[in-house]
Design a binder for this molecule. Structure first.
Ligand code: ADP
Length: 261
């Protein structure tokens, strides 16, 4: 028996296949999201990785921003539920989850049994999301994956004060033009995102342990900046970009178990 979770975001498409023993048989991340070939490619790559055909899947759950437009799912589940499930299955001590994706950021709190107690989301503005990092990486002419290693060379943190991503881009361009070090500005970009997300976390209320998930959790500079803003330890979930797809696959597994009862 195999089940699949598909997480269709704004920036990327992810898929995870689990076996009857709830072991990961395949996984895939494609760096384009809803409205592109990304979802179909993620499914295909995940099936290839697991060495199975789609006919062998007992149940498919879709999550993420683009889940409604995905034709191949038996059920759609919100990404808040799926991230919570994906994190809690790996880290049962998690009580607060920060999820920073391509176009939104969320803070979720969990009860001792892993159910969601509260969540808060910023999806109105690119500041505080992966999109902001992508815009800045383009200005620096680097890949978004390299932002953390660039910021690691900072000797001071340049304040990026504009709260709008469009104005912040102009601010960064003028800083570069006046000769400010790229690494110092990159550290300021991380701090700017961390401040936004920390404000959300403070509003929802932080309880330890705090974990971070989503594609941006792969940026160690953001994790460190968030720890500095919130004055607490933050653990990165293993394979953070796959957490939503894992939670969706676990939901699919539970559906199959329920049907068999
Ligand atoms: P969504 O689910 O909204 O599509 P993701 O959770 O996949 O978004 O996160 C996408 C964001 O993750 C990108 O905007 C980018 O900023 C960041 N990202 C993706 N890969 C990496 C990486 N290898 N290192 C650092 N950041 C990354």
């Amino acid at each position: 028996m195999y089940v699949m979770g598909v997480d269709i975001g704004s920036a990327s498409s992810k898929a995870v296949i689990l076996t009857a023993a709830r072991k990961m048989a395949g996984q895939a991340v494609v760096a384009v999201g809803t409205g592109s070939s990304g979802p179909a490619r993620a499914v295909e790559q995940c099936l290839d990785a697991a060495g199975i055909s789609d006919g062998e899947l007992s149940y498919v759950v879709a999550t993420g921003y683009g889940r409604i437009n995905f034709p191949g799912a038996d059920k759609q589940v919100s990404e808040i539920t799926c991230h919570a499930r994906g994190v809690f299955s790996q880290c049962p001590q998690a009580r607060t989850i920060i999820d920073i994706g391509g176009q939104d950021s969320k803070v979720i709190t969990l009860a001792d049994n892993g159910t969601v107690t509260r969540f808060i989301m910023n999806d109105k503005c690119a500041a505080g999301t992966g999109r902001f990092l992508e815009v800045m990486a383009r200005v620096f002419e680097v890949n978004v994956e390299d932002m953390a290693s660039i910021a690691a060379h900072a000797t001071e943190i340049v304040d990026v004060s504009s709260t709008c991503a469009v104005f912040a881009e102009s601010e960064v361009i003028s800083r570069l033009a006046s000769g400010t070090k790229t690494s110092d500005i990159a550290a300021g970009v991380h701090q700017s995102i961390a401040r936004r997300v920390a404000a959300l976390a403070t509003r929802v209320g932080i309880q330890p342990e705090m974990l971070i998930t989503g594609g941006v959790a792969q940026n160690q500079g953001i994790v460190a900046a968030l720890e500095a803003e919130l004055q607490c330890n933050i653990k990165v979930v293993p394979f953070p970009q796959l957490t939503g797809a894992l939670g969706a696959a676990l939901t699919a597994y539970e559906e199959v178990m329920r049907q068999d009862e």
